[in-house]
Design a protein around this ligand. Structure first.
Ligand code: SAH
Ligand code: SF4
Length: 362
């Protein structure tokens, strides 16, 4: 397939979009307000093609379409869990597949989006990590998951998306060229409050620093899983490049202005990272950066014999942390029956591994 050379309207930040449209319409001797018309179609009515922009004259639609594309992922499959969780598999323009998940709770509708097709970080407990890395998503492909999910939620009476988490496939801070503009677009283009958007990282230090330096109050989740470098090394290969002390120092740059902005995600694996004597060091780290701690039962994956910590052990962690003044919650697993739970997202990567295996057998 030859790549479409037209720039993607969904990948522009609001400022870039305004500039590109004004230039375009100026060259066509069209009034300035045409740019505002197109912006409305993009950000408010979520159109998927220039053709749908019916208040533009037909000739303007044709020339706009000749210069720009709207590259929104298209639904491949959708699965709905017994608990209401919905997993979408999206097909990108080059055929890659990525997943996003809608998670309804009492007062919220959270959308979990992917930032890469696959992931290069190779964490030993994560199905995405085992599948390897395919490619980075563009800002438009990241934002496109939100647009398409919002449309689906509307049509299926799920209500408005209240929160977005970058916790799908991939390591967002290893794709900063697309993540940074995607945050700006969701926030300023689509009006999603910065404090309702959480970027989850396994600890890419330069990315954490960049995020801390932004003026908006985006939230950050650190997938910690181990309160010491020795243990972290066994679970997260990135420990070699960005050791835990360096990650903590980067987190200290976050200004929380009184409200919590950092969450520690701690996936509890039976016999691996759930020893009772880890509670104190974990609590110390949380105290240091005023982090909220989410305890997550490990979701078994096909590549490891590990199981989740026993419920009593998870409760013991919760009690121990709370007793030390840490805000802590146990996160229930959602969408397990459709493989929509954390770390289960793998797109077509399983198939790819099978293909590789098949090749090595011939
Ligand atoms: N790469 C980013 C975001 C995607 S992973 C990151 O690692 O933070 C989203 C979350 O799922 C992370 O907190 C990750 O640690 C967690 N996760 C991965 N595999 C898991 C599994 N098998 N069980 C439970 N949580 C898992
Ligand atoms: Fe990548 Fe996150 Fe999975 Fe690690 S846990 S392999 S960083 S998606």
């Amino acid at each position: 397939m030859t790549a479409d050379p037209r720039p993607d309207l969904l990948s522009f930040t609001p400022d870039e979009l305004r500039r590109a449209l004004e230039e375009h319409f100026a060259s066509r001797r069209q009034p300035k307000y045409r740019a505002g018309q197109v912006e409305k179609w993009i950000y408010e009515r979520l159109v998927r093609s220039v053709d749908e922009m019916t208040d533009l004259p037909a000739a303007e639609r044709a020339t706009l379409d000749a210069e720009f594309r709207i590259d929104e992922p298209v639904p491949d499959t959708v699965q709905r869990s017994e608990d209401g969780t919905v997993k979408h598999l999206w097909r990108l323009s080059d055929g890659e597949l990525v997943e996003s998940v809608l998670i309804p709770t009492d007062r919220r509708l959270t959308l979990c989006i992917s930032s890469q097709a696959g992931c290069a970080m190779g964490c030993t407990f994560c199905a995405t990590g085992w599948g390897g890395f395919d490619r980075n998503l563009t800002a438009g492909e990241i934002v496109g998951q939100y647009r398409a999910s919002r449309r689906w939620a509307d049509e299926n009476e799920y209500g408005a998306i209240s929160n977005i988490v970058y916790m799908g496939m991939g390591e967002p801070l290893a794709n900063r060229k697309a993540i940074q503009p995607s945050l700006t677009i969701l926030n300023r283009g689509y009006g999603m409050g910065a404090r309702r958007i959480t970027v989850s990282t396994v600890g890419v230090v330069p990315g954490i620093v960049e995020l801390a330096e932004r003026p908006e109050q985006f939230k950050l989740a650190l997938s910690l899983h181990a309160p010491s470098s020795d243990l972290r090394r066994e679970l997260i290969p990135l420990e070699k490049r960005h050791p835990l002390p360096e990650v903590l120092a980067a987190l200290e740059r976050f200004d929380d202005g009184g409200g919590k902005r950092i969450t520690f995600e701690y996936t509890m694996i039976d016999g691996i990272n759930d020893a009772l004597d880890l509670i104190v060091p974990l609590g110390d780290l949380a105290q240091r950066v005023r982090a909220f701690v989410n305890l997550i039962p490990f979701n078994p994956i096909p590549y490891q014999p590990w199981g989740p910590s026993r419920p009593e052990r998870i409760k013991a962690f919760e009690r121990g942390l709370a007793a030390r003044g840490i805000s802590v919650a146990i996160r229930e697993t959602r969408g397990r029956d459709i493989d929509a739970a954390c770390g289960q997202l793998r797109g077509h990567t399983l198939v790819k591994i099978d293909r590789k295996r098949a090749r090595s057998e011939v």
